[in-house]
Unconditional design. Structure first.
Length: 352
């Protein structure tokens, strides 16, 4: 159960947000959702064909071969010709040395979108990070190929009853009081979902599902998504994609599909293991002794056909020259496998 530090919880929303998932769901299930018929929304059961490419956590500033990893992905983008591509955050710091890296991601014929990761704000404030990545705002939505895509920003600290933007690494000081969706964003999300008649996918850096390392007020956010499905009387919100956790994970809850997409680059060790990489490389990339690099860059492409079949095809690699220490490929983090791959999935979607 998530309990905020604020002593003033007088509004209905504050009460629900501070309850555990089960309690909040039980109360909200009793509310009138005024379901609409699928035909009234224009969605029916007809899907559009769409393909999109996903990368997560490439970390150009931490990994010595991030440029090569991005180039491999971009060459596949040229082959696949997706409707769009999206980075799920922790792409690059907002410094001039990374300008060409950002431009390369945006250089294909396919529109490219960014999600803010926590490390985007290690050196700058959120406004500067948004401008550097050419994002319209920290959270936003767009329509493409017959689908509505929502990009969320869980990079907020909750302290002393207030939501605080990540900036210049300030979030390192607040322990578990991080990775929140703020009130304004939750209101915006609810209104944004009601305005569209299209099937919906959501993208965030931190997970909307994981109970460790994910979004602390995730139960409240999950209920926004589930209530929209209940209001419409069909499965309008289809799935959520996140990065951040550097683990391979998939689960369905209340008919919504949750995918945690593995890092392009590496598995993170919380404990430093010195002497595992050449001294010169370690000097230039000080975080390397926390990493087990993947031999190949990991990414995936998601396709939906006219019948509503979703296929996710990921890259299967191996551990690089320095494998993880005291861990196996079947170790678990946040419910996902610590493995050098992104799993394939074949899923039948339903809006009925």
């Amino acid at each position: 159960m998530v309990v905020f530090e604020s002593k003033e919880m007088n509004t209905r929303r504050d009460f629900l947000r501070n309850m555990g998932a089960v309690g909040a769901m039980g109360l909200l299930n009793g509310l009138s959702t005024a379901p609409l018929k699928a035909g009234e929304t224009g969605t029916s059961n007809v899907y559009k064909s769409i393909t999109f490419g996903i990368i997560a956590d490439i970390h150009r500033d931490l990994t010595p071969d991030a440029d090569d990893r991005l180039e491999t992905f971009m060459k596949r983008v040229d082959q696949e010709n997706p409707d769009f591509l999206i980075s799920l955050g922790d792409f690059a710091h907002a410094v001039s040395a990374n300008t060409a890296f950002v431009k390369r991601f945006a250089s294909s014929k396919s529109p490219a979108y960014h999600v803010l990761g926590n490390h985007e704000m290690d050196r700058v404030d959120k406004k500067e990070a948004v401008a550097f990545l050419n994002m319209p705002s920290p959270y936003y939505s767009f329509d493409t190929g017959g689908y509505h895509c929502v990009v969320l920003d869980p990079n907020y600290i909750y302290d002393s009853g207030k939501f605080i933007d990540y900036e210049k690494g300030n979030y390192f000081q607040f322990g578990g009081r991080v990775s929140y969706l703020n009130d304004d964003q939750c209101d915006w999300l609810e209104n944004d979902l009601r305005k569209t008649n299209l099937p919906v996918f959501l993208f965030s850096h931190q997970s909307l599902l994981h109970d460790s390392g994910g979004i602390p007020n995730r139960a409240y956010v999950q209920r926004i998504l589930e209530r929209e499905n209940e209001r419409c009387g069909y499965q309008k919100v289809l799935g959520c994609f996140n990065g951040h956790h550097h683990a391979d994970f998939y689960r369905t809850m209340s008919g919504i599909h949750y995918f945690s997409i593995n890092s392009v680059s590496y598995l993170w060790h919380n404990e430093k293991i010195p002497g595992r990489y050449p001294d010169e490389l370690q000097k230039n990339y000080p975080a390397l002794d926390n990493m087990a690099l993947y031999k190949d860059p990991l990414f995936c492409f998601v396709r939906i056909d006219l019948s509503g079949k979703l296929t996710l095809r990921g890259i299967r690699s191996e551990w690089g020259a320095v494998p993880p220490a005291n861990q196996t490929s079947k170790s678990i983090r946040y419910g996902g496998e610590l493995s050098p791959f992104i799993s394939d999935h074949d899923i039948t979607l339903s809006v009925s």
